[in-house]
Design a protein around this ligand. Sequence first.
Ligand code: AHR
Length: 694
Amino acid sequence: MKMSHKTILLAALVGLATATGSRLSAADAIPTLEIQAGQATNQVSPILFGLMTEEINYAYEGGLYGELIRNRSFKADAVVPSVKPETYEAGKYLPVSYRPDTKPRFWTAVGGAPIVLDPSNPLNEFLNVSLKLDASAASATSPVGIANGGFWGIPVKPKTTYQVSFFAKASSGFTGPVTVSLESADGTTNYASATITGVTSEWKKFETTLKTKRVTASKENVFKLTTKTPGTLWLQNVSLFPPTYKNRANGNRVDLMELMADMKPKFLRFPGGNYLEGNAFNQRFNWKETIGPVEQRPGHPSCWGYWSTDGMGLLEFAEWCEDLGMEPVLGVFAGYCLGNGGKIEAGPKLEPYVQEALEEIEYLTGDARTTKWGARRAQDGHAKPFPLRYIEVGNEDWFDRSGSYEGRFAQFFDAIKAKYPHLKVISSMGHEQRPEVWVKSRLPDVVDEHFYRNQQDMEVNFNQYDKRSRSTNESKVFVGEWATRVGSPTPNMAGALGDAAWMCGMERNSDLIIMECFAPLFVNVSQLTGNGRSMQWESDLIGYDALNSYGSPSYYVETMFAQNCGTVIVPVKAEGIPTVEQTTRAGRRGGTAATRKVSSIYYSATRDSKGTIYLKVVNVAEAPQQVCVNVTGVKSVSGKGEVITLSADTVDDTNLLKDPVKLVPVSEKIRGLDTRFAWTLPKFSFTIIKLHTR
Ligand code: AHR
């Protein structure tokens, strides 16, 4: 743990030294933050801090979703047509095809056995292919089979039980057995193995466990399925699961769930993002194809360039919410796909998609005995309905320049309100877009606004929402995607400072901004460049490989905010804040490198029902700055408080997989506080001061 900064506390302003920052232009001014506790009237949104997620950067496949086998259903090589809406029948599953003689991706042959995709021996209509293993050369001394290296490795941990399952059938006369094992990739170590008998000429599911002994954790490993018996084997849905969070079957990776739990998220926006829309009508997130037994889920190509098994389906998203105490914020497909994927204008042809959305809501919330889709949810293993209040219609529909969203939104809005009047409907046409494209025929309960910016743009927009109308005929705001895109694969301290300044602006306005979430949430950092890379989008909150994970400095900013927030917004009057000359690093979406003067300090304050005030202050200057904190409208401030600080020596400092906790918040108890006191903010820092007031 790094050393915390030294602080200077004074009971009064008299005698305060000036800030030492040599680059500060207003060198003689002592910045003052007056916390106007007597004027706190607006409520902090109780669901302000949340998460946004989609299948990007191997977020579920090779990420949160526990499955360790890559391409378990052998569909990564599927040839998927791009079907236009005019010829697509909503609700009808479209089978995919395969090129002849294809070797399944991410699988290798053991013992030189020929392996090939075999569409003529499918498991079912959804997993309409199998891996055919020609084991004719197998013998007692020369086993043959298949091996899978997982998503850039398979994590082997000590004293751990792994669940293995697969479907198999064999040529008649095959007597088996089959061996499954976890081995080091170089073949020198066998960590665990198990034997399966009873493979016949009919498809059957097999299950077993692999238990490791006291071994050193590693990821350079493979899963193998081999036989010493000659014959032909067909395999499908070959699966290997480690222990999951709360031991859920088909569940989630523990370390990533724990990182999220620390963020105390109140909601999860899912399933996207662009992932909701897909590149074509048959490639969108089609929720009905993501429920039920995993071997009945066809999967689909993510618009981010790789195959999704949809093991992380609608029910799994909802259970993820349940496990972390979040409420779902459900994005429903709104009849528009990305790029040339096409769209359906409002009217009768859109109606099947509106019904699909209503059924999706029923699947999550319907009574298990009295509704069709509630009963289906119960059959899938979750009788209790999920809480649901917010539905978002589409995603970033401003990508569709035709103006069709007005009508499409209205049709969804009316149908949702008619059946579920209590639900709040979110428009994906945020008011960060030109007013001409805003939805006008209906008043969306909430509008979703997205901001991907560089550090400077985040800082100069700190006041963006201060002047926004609060009138009752205005929609509330959901900042459903935002990030300071500086640092790769995850943001560095420059990104974290931009985020902290921007979050101060959102928190100060959280009577209007009811929800916010950084995006994207996850990145698998195993292969950052080249063909088949694991990252499609830079500057993501949490990074990981097959074995380890870490939070970026931005992750810690988010965590600090969510863990230290009151229930009412306390106005802060700032005086004498110096500017600082800042050279922008170009952001990833536009923005060229430029030098300009920006405020050096950003701030926000909230108070909880016990009188604790949480003062948040960001110092973007390259030097420590002393501020005077003046608390008005309270009888007293306890001398004892707490300070939590995240700071760095340079803005390029960051956390990485190999150095995961270089920058973490440091907490310390402090004394000598009063209604007026001075505090020295470290250079490049985000500080939270907790004051106990009466
Ligand atoms: O967060 C990455 C992408 O950015 C999302 O999928 C999309 O909604 C936005 O354009």
